[in-house]
Design a protein around this ligand. Structure first.
Ligand code: UDP
Ligand code: MG
Length: 317
């Protein structure tokens, strides 16, 4: 029988972990495939690890877990999960049941019936229950990144997807440290089929994303998959030189016609400020890329695992 690895990153999810396990177990009890859970505890400060150990004791043949030494972020959790997974198929899903587990059966079914499909993804067609401002910025982000980068990301596409082993291996062959999964999923290619569903709210707990962390995540995504921001400085520069040239011609002509007069210092100040600001902005953009290069060349691991089900002391005999 085929084996499906269900990869679940968890950060401060003590309330959701047990509900998640129960719900998925119920749905998969007659599943036509074998499966394993690969839970990643992303340095939670609450009792998430305790809950994972309990699940492991409850179902040692199905539950695996890896616990990070600190919070490394969801991207690191996904990477760790995909690395640990041994299944013929891998699924990544959130623990808060916002990714409907019923779809697991449907995804598997499609991969069985349609051999040319390599990955079944999901996309939310509504964003009900999400703050309006968050939806607005999300839309804007997808517009920008699709325009300027070489990774095409579908609006509303979730990380929730079932992939064949070949695709998982391709994803793991990308060794970059700055991991932006949405971009990586699209960059590696393979034939994707999307299933659509309406947004569902979390069963319990709170989202760990704030507006600012999402903004930072978006900027990281753009910087990881596009060099367009670097070109901004070139256009800015060309534009300023053009304006300066026109201005110079204007001043020479005016002086020749009307004589010299000290005026216009306030507009001067504005121009200095605008140019100074533009230079700082461009420096910042370059700095962002240099920062990324710096993390890449240090080649630090994306995460550190402190405990797994294999090293857990209290394991059943
Ligand atoms: N998550 C994680 N590490 C983090 C933040 C989140 O592993 O630093 C996990 C979290 O436990 C959940 C998933 O990533 O399983 C999605 O997080 P969340 O539900 O907070 O995000 P949202 O659904 O609001 O985008
Ligand atoms: Mg969620």
């Amino acid at each position: 029988m085929d084996k499906v690895s269900i990869i679940v990153p968890c950060y401060n999810e003590e309330e959701t972990v047990p509900v998640f396990f129960e719900t998925v177990e119920e749905i998969l009890k007659n599943a036509p495939f074998d499966y394993e859970y690969v839970f990643i505890n992303d340095g939670s400060e609450d009792k998430t690890l305790q809950k994972l150990r309990e699940l492991y004791i409850l179902a040692p043949d199905k539950v695996r877990f890896a616990s990070f030494s600190r919070n490394f972020g969801k991207e690191a959790g996904l990477l760790a999960g995909l690395t640990e997974a041994v299944g013929d198929y891998s699924v990544v899903m959130d623990v808060d049941l916002q990714d409907p587990p019923e779809m697991l059966l449907e995804m598997y079914d499609i991969l069985q019936k349609e051999p040319e499909i390599d990955v079944v993804g999901t996309r939310r067609v509504t964003r009900d229950g999400e703050p309006a401002i968050r939806s607005l910025f999300a839309k804007l982000f997808y517009k920008i990144i699709n325009k300027i980068s070489d990774a095409q990301i579908i609006d509303g596409a979730r990380d929730y997807r079932m992939m064949r082993k070949a695709m998982v291996d391709s994803i793991l062959s990308l060794t970059e440290r700055n991991r932006f999964s949405k971009g990586i999923f699209s960059w590696v290619g393979y034939n994707t089929k999307y299933l659509e569903y309406k947004n569902i709210e979390r069963v319990a707990g709170n989202t760990s994303w704030s507006f600012w962390s999402l903004l930072r995540y978006s900027i990281d995504g753009i910087v990881s998959f596009s060099e367009a921001p670097l070109n901004i400085s070139i256009y800015f520069g060309l534009f300023s030189v053009l304006i300066a040239f026109i201005g110079a011609v204007f001043i020479v002509v005016r002086t020749l016609l009307f004589g010299n007069a000290v005026q216009g210092w306030s507009s001067m100040v504005c121009i200095f400020l605008a140019l100074g600001g533009a230079q700082l902005l461009c420096l910042g953009i370059i700095g962002k890329y240099i920062g990324k290069i710096y993390t890449e060349v240090k080649r630090r691991p994306s995460y550190l695992i402190k405990e797994t089900e294999k090293t857990y002391e209290g394991k059943p005999k």
